[in-house]
Design a binder for this molecule. Sequence first.
Ligand SMILES: [Zn+2]
Length: 313
Amino acid sequence: MLHMSPLRLPGDLVVCERNWLSSNNLLCLGDAPAIIDTGHVKHAADTVDLVRQHLGAQPLATIAHTHLHSDHCGGTGALQAAYPQAQTWVPEPSLPHVLAWDEDQLTFGDTVQRCDRFAAQHALVPGQSVRLGNYDWQVHAAPGHDALAVLLFEPTHGVLVSGDAMWEHGVGIIFPYIEGSGGFEPFLDTLDVIERLAPRIVVPGHGAAFGRAGGAFDAAMARARTRIEHFIAHPHQHAAYAAKVLVKYQLLDVEQMPLADFHTWLDSAPTLHLLHQQHSPELGWAEWLDALLTPLFDKGVLRRTDTHVLDGV
Ligand SMILES: [Zn+2]
């Protein structure tokens, strides 16, 4: 049997493992405490509570983001209200969009997701570093899941905050491919960057932190590469995967919707229309939705009554 040594993060780095609607958060304790990623707006009050539990009376000094999808920055507005002195960092190209609160550029428009408005003062620039808690964190570009995303890497302890660039199991949606602005390859390039950084511990955007013990990191890397190579060979399967994830994500947020509202939401999501074209342009919209959603209902991932669609297991 393999010897499994526990993950040893320094005591001043605290992983708050959340779920699939809210990203994980990493608290970087110290004289000027920081948080990396803030979860979904639905759980914003929980996020503020979590921070308060760990900081006590100490104010939060810094908020940083791996990328600005609604599951990673939804708690930022509430944290800024609770800690008005906190300074907020976002990936450099996103800074003007946050300042103008341009929901289409910030992707909430195309996916019809929700996120509370927040402010930002500082840009995370690849090649530079940012002080978070007691450590200087390197900023590395991480295109793939999101063209503007960054990795945050703390070299003394080998801790990588990967956002949605790398999970232990599975890969995130490749949004640049859907939008036609990029291919699948940048995701592989970012995995190469992660491999070169040789982290001891990866704190992913979703799922448990993982390390090297038992070959976990190498296995995760191999799984991610295999999955992306599969998408390169079969891009329509990425479209089906992405569409299912986006619908499930919406139901995780709202929990239930009247059928008419559900269809209005589906019809109004530009990203889903792009995915329809990428998956099965020969099918009509309603026919495609039916083919896409029926397996989700059959498996209980979603449920429906005569009047409502509900989140499932
Ligand atoms: Zn995420």
